[in-house]
Write a protein that binds this ligand. Sequence first.
Ligand code: SIN
Length: 282
Amino acid sequence: MEIRPLTAPTAGHRTGAEVCGITLSHPLSADDKARLNRAFVEHGVLAIRDQKLAPRQMADAVGNFGMLFQQHNTRFALPDCPEIHYLSNQDRFPDGRRYIPGEGWHTDHSNDVRPPKATALHAVTLPSRGGDTQFANMAAAYDGLPQQTQQRIADLMAIHVYQSSHSARKLMGLSDANRERVPNAVLHPLVRTHPENGRKSIYINPIRIEGILGLDHKEALPLLDELLEHATAECFQYRHVWRPGDLVIWDNRCLLHKANGDYDMAETRYLYRVMLQGDVPR
Ligand code: SIN
């Protein structure tokens, strides 16, 4: 197995590594599993090349990194393997508009008390060009903040909901059954410490954050915009150009990500998605 960084270091952090020479459809040796888990924490994004995984095999493969998390909107669950959801550009909102999953910077399911530590996607059908996934390294972005801003946000708590009323991106609605098990609102720190490497990260989510505890919107919204603009500067990014067979897994504790709906919508982009259980952000 070879693990190669995909970007140069920024503020002492690297984002993204590609992994070649491993087959995830078979059980891994203890050494390979430990190496992959170390690489995941070090690089934040792993692009594991040349896989061909059926849904159950993908669930088992990603299980090498942790316990599976029950995703919130079960309308996307695969009937034969509900732990795996699909992402497709062929879905539509009830009013007929096309739904592009994952557009706009976000971190997954931050409205959960214990948001998923990781998300993995496996490419099933890709457009002939475009549809990249961008990642922004929130630990590097935190280190790059002026000290004054670090101090200003150190103890702030953000209110996360399923769908922020400030978000330009609209999500597909939850069924009644899903709404019952998904929390209405949770508080998470604006700065969280990675439980495995101890690094601090900015923890924001434009799609889910409704406000900041103790600040009125006039103060909170410009602060969130300023943090987002800083954190998504190109120097903190890794942009993943998908190849057939890629399995990409990323660390939601220290990254934002976004999909790009920049390709011909007559072409299909269809991926399997699974998430792993995480901790309470601290
Ligand atoms: C996601 O936000 O989980 C999807 C990202 C993508 O489709 O590239």
